[in-house]
Design a protein around this ligand. Structure first.
Ligand SMILES: [Zn+2]
Length: 460
């Protein structure tokens, strides 16, 4: 029997939290582990208790919310239940960009404001703050949702994920920490080649991770590659997909190729994990103790099965409250209750975003989410961006400029940053537009490519 995961779980992990002053993570994890099985009514009572407290705090401490309540002729005492939240207008990304400092609580210690930034694949990127306490509750929520897929702290994990800044640092301390805590092995989705995929397959077979976590499109690409070459991959205990939409046919392909269940997940940088699948796979359970979700149609709140606009309220980030935040996705509630017995409400589906891979000059593939996160999001003045590709090595950006857009320097940045990833010879064109049209499906289009990766030409 292998005791190492137990050692990580029970010794190294708690020690590491203690060293970083993030012991609250374990307390939140205990709470979330037990509250997932309370009744839907009890969960709503928890949400209402937290929402009432948040509204009161936001009104008193955040200049933006104080003015908003006043303009609407409301005070926190007027709200008598979760449904009343609809009285407040939604919080738009553009409002966060323009009024970020007025959303921050005046009584919050400046040293406890952790800055973070969205990826930019659902509209213009925004930066925001969260507290250390919220960082802990977010981490605990992620751990709880990981456990639904049979993924425990200390398990070996492989990641098809393009997040250089999320990687363990390369210093000796970073490497030691990664080894002790079993931080994951990575496949860089910012530069995928046939050789890279072949090497990744060998790495997986050698290290045999229990869990593979992936951008959904990256996992599908890897599966198509394996199938086209009739290669047998390592079969993990579970595959956890997120960041991109997972269609039913993608799921079938992944389950078939990797021989394990797929646990899909929906989340974003602003509020971390929003919802994920339990072993019953009947939709995604919401992280409802920390988030209150609304789905709105033009005729009011959506009924189960009906697609509408998702608004999220973060019940636990008091440093910079996000109340009725328009996240940029459409979704639908699931019907009925889940056989797993969890009382957490469920999403049936999320329309999400289109984030096709883009093909570089030399045939390399760059994930759409990767470009959104590491190129577009680094330059908020670009505003909202779509990428179109019809030829390998050439992309066209359609840009709905942000407030501080500077054509010469912003387009210069876009060209050079894109060439860093797609290749020095890549053609980078741009068009300035007034509006970026919505997709008929309700999906948000970030990148679309009609180019087939070279190594999949002729493959099914
Ligand atoms: Zn369930």
């Amino acid at each position: 029997m292998n005791f190492y995961p137990h050692l990580v779980r029970n010794v190294f992990y708690p020690l590491s939290l203690w060293r970083r002053g993030e012991g609250a993570e374990r307390a939140y994890l205990r709470e979330f582990e037990s509250s997932q099985f309370i009744s839907p009514e009890e969960i709503r009572a928890v949400q209402w208790r937290r929402l009432r407290c948040l509204l009161d705090h936001a009104y008193k401490q955040c200049p933006y919310y104080h003015d908003l309540f006043e303009r609407q002729g409301l005070s926190p005492g007027d709200f008598t239940g979760l449904e009343d939240l609809r009285w407040l207008p939604p919080l738009e990304k553009s409002t966060i960009q323009e009024q970020r400092e007025r959303l921050v609580a005046r009584n919050w210690p400046r040293h406890d404001l952790i800055r973070n930034q969205t990826g930019g694949s659902t509209g213009a990127p925004v930066s925001f703050y969260l507290s250390t306490d919220r960082k802990c509750s977010r981490a605990a929520a992620t751990l709880r949702h990981n456990r639904w897929a049979g993924w425990q702290v200390g398990d070996r994990v492989a990641v098809l994920w393009g997040a250089p800044q999320d990687r363990p640092s390369n210093s000796w301390r970073g490497r030691l920490r990664a080894a002790l805590l079993r931080e994951p092995m990575w496949l860089d989705t910012g530069n995928i080649s046939e050789r890279g995929l072949a090497a990744f397959r060998v790495t997986l077979l050698r290290h045999r991770p229990r869990i593979i976590q992936a951008y959904a499109r990256a996992a599908v690409l890897f599966a198509r590659y394996l199938r086209s070459r009739s290669l047998t991959p390592h079969r993990p205990h579970a595959l956890v997909t997120s960041a991109e939409v997972l269609e039913a046919e993608d799921r079938r392909l992944l389950e078939d190729v990797f021989g394990c269940p797929v646990f899909n997940r929906y989340g974003c940088r602003e509020v971390s994990v929003i919802a994920s699948e339990c072993p019953a796979h009947t939709g995604m359970h919401i992280m409802a103790e920390g988030l209150y979700l609304e789905i709105e149609t033009p005729n009011g709140p959506a009924v189960p099965g009906e697609m509408g606009t998702i608004f999220v309220t973060d019940l636990l980030n008091h440093a910079m409250p996000l109340i009725r935040y328009r996240i940029g996705d459409l979704g639908a509630w699931a019907k009925g209750s889940c056989p797993c017995g969890r009382g957490l409400p469920r999403l049936e589906r999320v329309a999400g975003r289109v984030t096709d891979f883009l093909v570089g000059v030399d045939g390399r593939l760059v994930s759409g989410v990767f470009l959104a996160t590491y190129v577009v999001a680094n330059r908020p003045s670009l505003g909202q961006v779509q990428i179109h590709q019809q030829r390998a090595g050439v992309v066209t950006y359609r840009i709905k400029p942000g407030r501080d857009f500077q054509p010469a320097s912003d387009l210069d940045y876009l060209r050079s940053a894109t060439r860093q990833h797609l290749g020095a010879e890549a053609g980078v064109e741009s068009e300035i537009v007034e509006e970026l049209p919505a997709e008929p499906s309700g999906k948000f289009l970030f990148s679309r490519s009609t180019v087939t990766p070279e190594f999949l030409v002729g493959a099914k």
